[in-house]
Design a protein around this ligand. Structure first.
Ligand code: T3D
Length: 264
């Protein structure tokens, strides 16, 4: 296990567990936590021994979004360029999560506000503790939903719900988020980590290349027409068919035994 100031990481049996670790600030993002998280996701891109990420938070929150202490207008006359901070910090992380061709499981252990909520929604399989709530806190401080929020909320929920969540900044409880299809499942608080870990462990034993191609296809489906998509499915299936894991999957089926996938 590697302990640094702001993100705790451990790699076990192919699962890279990342814990946002600024509990006294409800795991709000400062620059150090941004960079630490990004380094770990980049590592997952490069390191074939990482086959799944499990993202969670330390303490009673998942993540409260931007650390507003670092944006205190009383400390400077100059107004911050938030477009620059999105370009520098939030958007690269969002793209890394979406572009990573490995599953990212998220265990939302408590409140997820602002960019914290939208980073969770960018993950592939999201579990949330039943007591957790999601808040598009931006409008409370005069901002717009960032970290992909205005995109993902609208796509998943449609305009009426996306607008109400964003404009009113009211908390959305985990169970409602599940009912609305924003997350995979709300689970009992004390079962959250065990449940999410079991799923991450299972995915880490899966055919990693095929799972990554599946993620790529599903993400592309919302933005391209059927013809283009069928061509993409053909190309991805061709690539999947060339993997050792596919050969192993079919062999295991024919031999009536469980497949042993190596992510190759
Ligand atoms: O700036 C840019 O780069 C642009 C990008 C922006 C992305 C964003 O995410 S903008 C949105 C920023 N986040 C928020 O506006 C959320 C602020 N926090 C809250 O509204 C509430 O804390 C929560 C609803 C998340 C939780 O409420 P509650 O009552 O459970 O906890 P609390 O008492 O408010 O907070 C506990 C402590 O955490 C408290 O510190 P203290 O008093 O014990 O020393 C509080 O100040 C601190 N905390 C919570 N959120 C943040 C924070 N400190 C700094 N930044 C935070 N975002």
């Amino acid at each position: 296990m590697t302990k640094n100031q702001t993100v705790i990481s451990s790699l076990d049996d192919g699962v890279l567990k990342l814990t946002l670790n600024r509990p006294d600030k409800l795991n709000a993002f400062n620059e150090d936590m941004h960079l630490a998280l990004r380094r770990q996701i980049e590592r997952a891109h490069d390191d074939s021994s990482v086959r799944t990420i499990l993202l969670t938070g330390a303490g009673r929150a998942f993540c409260a979004g931007q650390d507003l202490g670092d944006r205190d207008p009383r400390k400077s006359d100059e107004k911050p360029d938030l477009g620059h901070t999105l370009d520098t910090f939030y958007n690269p992380t969002l793209r890394l999560i979406r572009d990573l061709e490995k599953p990212v499981v998220c265990a939302v252990n408590g409140v997820a506000a602002g960019a914290g909520a939208n980073i969770a929604f960018a993950c592939d399989i999201v579990f949330a503790a039943r007591s957790a709530r999601f808040i598009q806190a931006f409008s409370r401080i005069g901002l717009i939903p960032d970290a992909g929020g205005s995109w993902s909320l609208t796509r998943i929920l449609g305009e009426p719900r996306a607008k109400a969540l964003a404009l009113l900044a009211e908390p959305l409880m985990a169970e409602q988020a599940e009912d609305w299809g924003l997350i995979w499942k709300a689970v009992e608080d004390d079962a959250l980590l065990e449940t999410a870990t079991a799923v991450a462990d299972r995915l880490a034993l899966g055919p990693t290349i095929g799972l990554g191609l599946t993620k790529r296809l599903i993400q592309a489906a919302g933005t391209q027409d059927l013809d283009t998509h069928l061509d993409m499915e053909r190309d991805c299936q061709r690539a999947a068919g060339f993997t050792n894991d596919y050969a192993e999957g079919v062999t295991a089926f024919l031999e009536k035994r469980p497949a042993v996938f190596k992510g190759e």
